[in-house]
Design a protein around this ligand. Structure first.
Ligand SMILES: [Fe+2]
Length: 321
């Protein structure tokens, strides 16, 4: 169970406890106290509804059960002789369960719809990356590995979950702007001329223009735009320096360099983790953000290996096999 869920359970237990305490302690007579007593009784509806929002149907039913037991115990201790009041209390009990079951079901349904939507988004973006892969082979696996390295690094850096996901999308889509680069340049086996380089260097801005239009990819667009910047300000397209480079891009850069070093390319063999780590250390402060490099160095090599193996091209001779 994560820390957030534990915190929510503690809030529910405390809230239920406080409501029950005041409900038990407030006398039912004289009349003014009775009014407060009735209001406190109504507050028992709150924990099941909150549990429904936080934990769905199961959590809501569990909370309704706890609230019902407290309510029933109070009814026994302070048994109402009046038949009308007895009926009223039974109605109240049924109300707790309705307040748990209906929102619980609705929240569960909403969660599953959101999950479906997230999966659909994910598949669409992977489709976009696969389209690029058809032109420039192996970019999909590279993009998927770099995305996971970036997300892992972002987690260790203390980035929250929502932001991590957005930065991850940016890492996945970083080279999407290459769609705008002509085949004669993108697939040229020889060295590029100066003019060709100029053309190639337009891909971060082209990618930014594509991604920035999608509302849930605003942060991702920043990563795409800045993925060729360098910490010392000598990168492109804007020559941003230090913290002016969006954090997502600074995290991506370390992940990207690591993946490039540990992958085999036609012109170089794949480096082992230790050698890649040494190379990354050398780029501290020049290409790479020193703080991000320090965070990266603290990651267990086995965790990186797991990611590399998940997106491994069976035909390449990368050092992870
Ligand atoms: Fe790029």
């Amino acid at each position: 169970m994560d820390r957030n869920a534990k915190r929510k359970i503690i809030i529910l237990v405390l809230l239920t406890g406080i409501i029950a305490l005041f409900h038990y302690l407030t006398p039912t007579e004289p009349h003014d106290y009775h009014k407060i007593h009735i209001v406190l009784r109504k507050l028992y509806f709150l924990p099941p509804v909150m549990a429904a929002a936080w934990f769905g149907l199961r959590g809501a039913c569990f909370t309704a059960l706890a609230v019902s037991l407290l309510f029933i115990l109070h009814a026994f201790l302070d048994w109402p002789g009046n038949y009308m009041e007895q009926a009223n209390q039974v109605g109240e009990l049924a109300g707790f369960w309705l307040a748990a079951v209906i929102p619980g079901w609705l929240f569960d349904r909403q969660r599953s719809l959101l999950r479906e939507l997230a999966n659909a988004n994910e598949e669409t973006l992977l489709g976009l990356v696969s389209a690029l892969d058809l032109r420039e082979r192996n970019t999909r696996l590279h993009s998927q590995r770099v995305r996971e390295y970036t997300e892992l690094l972002a987690k260790r850096y203390g980035v929250d979950e929502k932001m991590r996901r957005e930065i991850g999308f940016g890492a996945l889509l970083h080279d999407v702007g290459k769609i705008a680069v002509p085949d004669s340049i993108l697939l040229k086996p020889d060295k590029l001329t100066d003019e060709e380089w100029q053309e190639m260097r337009k891909h971060p801005a082209a990618g930014y223009r594509i991604v920035q239009r999608i509302s849930f990819l605003k942060e991702a667009a920043e990563v795409v735009h800045a993925h060729h910047e360098r910490y010392d300000g000598t990168g492109y397209p804007r020559g941003l320096k230090g913290d002016a480079i969006p954090l997502g891009a600074r995290l991506f850069m370390v992940a990207d360099v690591y993946d490039a070093l540990t992958s085999q390319r036609p012109y170089k063999p794949a480096l082992a983790h230790e050698d890649a780590a040494t190379e990354i250390q050398k780029q501290k402060g020049t290409q790479l953000d020193p703080e991000v490099v320090t965070t990266f160095m603290a990651i267990e090599p086995a965790e990186l290996l797991q990611i590399a193996e998940r997106y491994h091209d069976a035909n390449s001779k990368d050092n992870f096999r």
